[in-house]
Ligand binder design. Sequence first.
Ligand code: HGY
Ligand code: MN
Ligand code: MN
Length: 410
Amino acid sequence: MTSDDTLQRDLAMLDQFGRAADGAFCRLAWSPELHTSLMWLADRMSQAGLDVTLDPAGNLLGRWDTGSGTAVLMGSHFDTVEGGGRLDGALGVLAGLEVVRRLRRDGIEPARPVWVIAFMDEEGVRFGEAMMGSRAFVGEPMDPNLGARTDAAGQSLAQAMAAWDRRPERAHAAKRIGEVGAYLELHIEQGPVLEASDKDIGVVTGIVGLEAMRVTVEGQTNHAGTTPMPYRRDPVAAAAHVISSLDDAAKTGEFLATVGRLTAEGGGVNTIPRRCEFSVDLRAPTDDALSGARRKLDQLLDAIHRTHRVECRTEALYRMSPAKMSPALVNSLEDAAQQVGAKTLRMASGAGHDAMVLAQEIPTGMLFVPSRGGISHAPDEHTDARAIELAVSAFDRALRGMVQGARSNP
Ligand code: HGY
Ligand code: MN
Ligand code: MN
């Protein structure tokens, strides 16, 4: 049995938490399924000799407080989207834990603390607030109104947190960034680039900025047969115009745009609806391009107000600036990957990660492993065990370089 069997066994054990009959995972933020999985993780961390705490923001932190200076933190998130896969987030947390086990196995006493974390609510799908745990960890104050925000079933964030004996107004007490000198995250690529270019490992150079919002378009419900086209105030036709034009603009511009949820109310087969709501996810590699995408959306909403005589409102969900990985960590992660025999590719991440929050504060580095068929946020998410082992070996090697003899510099 190789040590990698331990990581693969952990992944197999994690499969029992939040998996539906069709193989899809659902461990939403602050859900019972996530709680049970974190309690299992807490046991695994303790068995690896880590001091474990579930912090006020719901992050599960395992600390090996040894040596001196600031910690090297490894991790990712345990929450999933609805209908997600088994690796998004979970792999990074369990890879960090595996590296700790390998250090212990080899009798290495790090010269500085080594911590592993599972951040709370990276996905943001339940309450529309992404990266809640990592943002609290770096000391970003939580919006006081957030506790009242409700999920699809009408439960508020404050109620969901109360079931874990946590409170929104206390989340800021999770701030521990001052004790951390560097952050490393291993993640699946979630796209097709590594597989298509026949590379084993992606070394992430930067992460796109992203902005998400909910748009409401209000029109007038009316009869489908007796209301001539020029008299209508049809919110779905108006929304369709915005969505299609945004898609065209994104195809020729520097940004990505996705409408992942859309609902209409008050309509029927023979009735014009009253209201249409949809989500918008905008992503771009620079702040300027992200602002340009937002301006484009606002222009389109202005236009339908005039052309379709509908009222539009947007509710901001979250906005995160693009992040750059530490050049020193890009180099050392790349070196480590090449030393274990991996074919590497420097690349930007189109997905958001907790690393983009940590990178605003401390040197941060990320490695990607290939995603079969480029599939993620779906039950078919898969990475070969061999590719995972190669990346964990690289991660381990880079980490050892940072904690052996080193004090607080990456
Ligand atoms: O939305 C994202 O990019 C990430 O999967 N949370
Ligand atoms: Mn995800
Ligand atoms: Mn993720």
